[in-house]
Write a protein that binds this ligand. Structure first.
Ligand SMILES: [Zn+2]
Length: 403
């Protein structure tokens, strides 16, 4: 049996230690790994450091630092806990590990730069506590959500549940494009709006509802119909994700073409009677080795599936375009789910996968959808390079049968 002091002394002989002056002076910057507790981390840390509390080190570090040859300087407050952490890292196969002698205390005392991380105030900690309890979200994820910007095309059936859940989740900025006013026939499913908002613009009604739900959310309203004239202006306001709840083909094609050219992922949803469908069109190129974004596109766009709008006689007529009231609640919530995943960078987005829902069964079916190299917009030799304003032949017919 050895005492703590003996064990510490023995480990000190076995692992590498580096002084703050030497670590900070290294031309080839190592990865600083902070193994202190959360309450110490929020007081300040070495800029660019990775935070893995000592208690989670074994279970989390390999996922966060897959490269076992990367130079790592592990630190704590005074340089003792990091000795044990360094030994653990060596046992996990990390080859170039050193413990920062004197720890963060010495680092600060010597005047090296310190980064004060942002953190949630007590009010937000309470509001988002059920997010903070999920390791995949946590405080860092919640800060990402508060920084996120999501554009909703349409404040109707799909946009209602999607925007309500995104606002409740604390997505910091929500854009809403809709030119309509609230009509009595909307209230059977468009839960953003109430009987009191009849005759009011949907953008105003949605803004009031969402800000009452969560004052952290800034709502940017565009009370206009999306057209070739305004789409670039609206997208230039900087959106991380577009949630497409459009109920007509002209808007759907505009959103698609603009999202490919602006490289913004689109969470697509549509509904008809008892059927709904959701997928993610992500026109961003996969990162390649150079990180210059010249890699392959990862998934299809809407035009890969439907190069042009269907002829009017094949689209559902306006009179036939009914929908069960709860269906947009299900599909719009799935769209919010995909948008939150994209912002947080967790899970597998529905890229290249079309999720179909049948309310009567009820049940989900998944169909693989592929990028078409001959696609007129995202293909290898695009034939469409300017926005097209298609003539609207039915305002309620954007749910297309899938191949
Ligand atoms: Zn395409």
């Amino acid at each position: 049996m050895s005492s703590y002091r003996e064990l510490l002394r023995r480990l000190r002989d076995e692992i590498d230690e580096v002084s703050v002056a030497k670590a900070a002076g290294t031309a080839d910057q190592p990865l600083y790994l902070d193994v202190r507790e959360q309450d110490e981390w929020v007081e300040g840390h070495i800029p660019g450091a990775l935070h893995v509390p000592r208690g989670n080190l074994e279970s989390r570090v390999e996922q966060l630092v897959p490269d076992h040859e990367r130079p790592i300087v592990v630190y704590c407050a005074g340089g003792n806990r990091s000795v044990f952490a360094a030994r653990t890292l060596e046992e996990l196969g990390y080859e170039r590990v050193a413990s920062l002698s004197g720890g963060f205390t010495d680092w600060k005392r010597n005047g090296f730069p310190v980064q004060l991380p942002r953190s949630l105030d007590p009010e937000r900690r309470a509001r988002y506590s059920r997010h903070l309890l999920i390791p995949e979200v946590g405080e860092e994820g919640q800060l990402k959500l508060l920084d996120a910007r999501v554009l909703l095309v349409g404040a109707g059936g799909l946009g209602s549940p999607a925007s309500l859940y995104l606002a409740a989740a604390g997505v910091g900025r929500l854009g809403i494009v809709d030119e309509d006013v609230v009509d009595a026939s909307n209230l059977q499913r468009q839960v953003l709006h109430t009987t009191e908002s009849l005759g009011r613009s949907k953008v105003d009604s949605a803004t009031a509802t969402l800000q009452a739900l969560n004052p952290d959310v800034e709502v940017v309203g565009y009370q206009e119909r999306l057209t070739s004239e305004n789409v670039d202006r609206i997208l230039a306001d900087g959106w991380d994700v577009i949630v497409d709840g459009a109920d007509n083909f002209p808007t759907r094609y505009l959103v698609n073409d603009a999202s490919v050219w602006h490289e913004i992922p689109v969470v697509h949803g549509s509904i008809f009677r008892f059927e709904g469908q959701v997928t993610v069109f992500d026109p961003r190129r996969a990162a390649d080795g150079d990180g210059n974004g010249s890699g392959e596109r990862t998934g299809p766009c809407y035009r890969c599936l439907f190069p042009t709008p269907p002829p009017p006689e094949l689209a559902p007529s306006c009179a036939e375009g009914g929908v069960l009231g709860v269906l947009p609640g299900i599909i719009g919530s799935l769209q919010a789910n995909e948008a939150l995943k994209l912002v947080l960078g967790v899970g597998d987005p529905l890229v290249g996968r079309l999720l179909l829902f049948d309310a009567l069964q009820p049940g989900f079916t998944e169909v693989a959808v592929r990028r078409d190299p001959a696609c007129p917009v995202c293909g290898d030799e695009p034939t469409i390079s300017e926005y097209i304003d298609y003539v609207e032949f039915c305002s309620r017919g954007a749910h297309a049968p899938m191949p």
